[in-house]
Design a protein around this ligand. Structure first.
Ligand code: GDP
Ligand code: MG
Length: 184
């Protein structure tokens, strides 16, 4: 099982993590906030980097998270199997102000399980938590879906930065923990 890839230095780990979820839920902005502390108020779904590598230190070791963005492929339901290949982590993102994006999570989970290992460490992310007046999905609904599917859960806001780093780091740390249990 290709659970991780080891870089040139023996102490370096590189984890591929994929962002998935419907168009306009904020995937590209979550990545922009996490990796560059930037936010784009009117971003277009086609704009975005293919992937971005971010260093995270865990227990004195440097871990590189290579985070992949769909860059608009999802609009055509055409996220390729190459996108998922080798992924060890996933953020399944919906928009708390659009119920339809929450209803799509089941389909994204199926797709993830079809194209990747069952052991992909996944977190359900309810983004746009700043849109309090427009909320269509309660925190409890998110929580209980995550519990029933065995996912971590967090509500985030790429706009006000809330929980963005925490969401990515939860996945990276769990991958690291699983890995260190396996090799040590
Ligand atoms: P993607 O298609 O999933 O990559 O979504 P984008 O990152 O392109 O975001 C779609 C739109 O939602 C953009 O206009 C963003 O400015 C906006 N957006 C993204 N994240 C947030 C957030 O946390 N709060 C609010 N209020 N808007 C957001
Ligand atoms: Mg995008």
């Amino acid at each position: 099982m290709a659970f991780y890839s080891q870089d040139d230095s023996a102490d370096d780990y590189l984890f591929k993590i994929v962002l998935i979820g419907d168009s306009a839920v904020g995937k590209s902005n979550l990545l922009a906030r996490f990796a560059r502390d930037e936010f784009y108020p009117n971003s277009k779904s086609t704009i975005g980097v293919e992937f971005q590598t971010q260093k995270i230190e865990i227990k004195g070791k440097e871990v590189k998270a290579q985070i992949w963005d769909t860059a608009g492929q999802e609009r055509f339901r055409a996220v390729t199997s190459a996108y998922y290949r080798g992924a060890v982590g996933a953020l399944l993102v919906y928009d708390i102000s659009r119920r339809q994006t929450f209803d799509s999570i089941g389909r994204w989970l199926n797709e993830l399980h079809t194209h990747s290992d069952m052991n992909v460490v996944s977190i359900l992310v309810g983004n746009k938590s700043d849109l309090k007046d427009g909320r269509e999905v309660s925190t409890d609904e998110g929580k209980s879906l995550a519990e029933s599917e065995g996912l971590f859960f967090m509500e985030t806001s790429a706009l006000d930065s809330s929980n963005v780093t925490a969401a990515f780091e939860t996945v990276v740390k769990e991958i690291y923990n699983i890995l260190s249990r396996k090799v040590m």
